[in-house]
Design a protein around this ligand. Sequence first.
Ligand SMILES: Nc1ncnc2c1ncn2[C@@H]1O[C@H](COP(=O)(O)OP(=O)(O)OP(=O)(O)O)[C@@H](O)[C@H]1O
Ligand SMILES: [Mg+2]
Length: 254
Amino acid sequence: MATLEIRDLHVSVDTENGPKEILRGVDLTIAGGQTHAIMGPNGSGKSTLAYSIAGHPKYNITSGTVTLDGEDVLAMKVDERARAGLFLAMQYPVEVPGVSVSNFLRTAKTAIDGEAPKLRTWVKDVNKALSDLEMDADFGQRNVNEGFSGGEKKRHEIVQLELLNPKIAILDETDSGLDIDALKIVSTGVNRFAEQGDKGVLLITHYTRILRYIHPDFVHVFVDGRIAEEGGPELAEELEANGYERFVKAGAKS
Ligand SMILES: Nc1ncnc2c1ncn2[C@@H]1O[C@H](COP(=O)(O)OP(=O)(O)OP(=O)(O)O)[C@@H](O)[C@H]1O
Ligand SMILES: [Mg+2]
């Protein structure tokens, strides 16, 4: 089973006033078969962690390591990371003008597998993934994210997750902007992925709402660029009740 290991990760971004450190020593291990949730206040660096693992050029890794089954992820190009089995669903998915959903999915699948999927099974797989997410089959002909509603973008990401079937999925606010029905549909998709048994899931979220449907094994509180506390699902309940105040205060002292 796959293991993603993040060790003492420090990440900064370039600003007008020079480099600004955003991640200040993140330690996190996600093994196959585990679902982890990260919760934390706005601006604490959660998306930065996701983008850094994915290889976004804006983020400079100043120290620390990220490995997947012992392989150095930080040394891999973005497409190599996907091929190695990492998947990132972004908080703000980008539009890809002129590229249809079905072409996009096929290109991504081909790049990851190293060969084009067999057409007959592929069409069936795409239609199944779309219908699992309760999306119309016509959706395949739309341009990626162009004019998609917030909820459609998120569903499209789970369609990608189903078809690309990575080892480790990092989902950044997959629940934001979803109505109650869509939240269930998307959660069911994530659970279907996780229930394969050997997959790792890192779910970044603000609300315990989604955790009613997706049950994390571990909850991490992310404050000021690092993990301030770890626990089980009960930690999410506590956050819902009391907010982040005690963590933010504790973080400010150190
Ligand atoms: N280019 C930049 N210049 C200055 N600060 C930046 C830059 N890029 C990111 N940051 C800062 O890094 C911090 C972490 O941002 P990040 O998006 O990772 O937070 P987050 O935890 O995902 O927040 P949210 O819950 O709102 O999604 C923020 O304070 C943000 O303003
Ligand atoms: Mg974010």
